[in-house]
Design a protein around this ligand. Structure first.
Ligand SMILES: [Zn+2]
Ligand SMILES: [Zn+2]
Length: 180
């Protein structure tokens, strides 16, 4: 599998109990749908922290076509963004994988942190986000050993890809347009 941005070969590795494919050149990360599903279906003692409203205004999502092809199935991906967060996620509506450019996961963490400030959320989650941000902004600038990557992926899967009817219909619409 090659990087959708720079075509370098993606390298598979496990971190935080999650298998990811990463590009050593541009530092993007690919999560395939099975991995996301596995993360979501795992027995989950910390699900309750996700009760806060992240990205709750469904009408603020924008879905755009994207000339970049999925590294897994080669179909064109779509870009999902949500205003204010600065987060842009490349999503394949065919195989349901997710591509994050370098820095996107950090923006997601920032966005999460801002939500957590105003909510009564478990302290360990805040600590975990701080730990994650240190890893991202450290000299390596990339995920090395982060236990709670799985937690952020659950957030992605639950809050963004699964439980968002408006986003789901926007995705279906753009998929049907791109198929003729
Ligand atoms: Zn790359
Ligand atoms: Zn795909």
């Amino acid at each position: 599998m090659n990087c959708p941005r720079c075509q370098s070969r993606l390298e598979t590795r496990s971190t935080g109990g999650v298998e990811i494919d990463e590009c050593r050149s541009c530092q993007g990360i690919w999560f395939d749908a099975d991995e996301l599903r596995r993360v979501k279906d795992g027995s989950d003692k910390d699900l309750n922290w996700m009760d806060f409203d992240l990205w709750k205004h469904a009408d603020r999502f924008r879905v755009n076509t994207n000339p970049v092809n999925c590294p897994n199935c080669s179909n064109a991906m779509v870009t999902i963004d949500y205003d204010q967060t600065g987060v842009e996620i490349d999503h394949c509506t065919h195989c349901r994988g997710v591509w994050l450019d370098a820095g996107e996961l950090e923006k997601i963490l920032d966005s999460l942190s801002r939500e957590l400030v105003s909510k009564d959320t478990q302290g360990y989650m805040k600590a975990s986000l701080e730990e994650a941000k240190e890893l991202f902004t450290g000299s390596e600038g990339f995920i090395s050993e982060w236990r709670d990557l799985a937690t952020v992926l659950r957030m992605l899967q639950y809050r963004l890809l699964s439980d968002n009817p408006k986003l789901a219909s926007a995705l279906a619409e753009i998929q049907s347009k791109s198929q003729f």
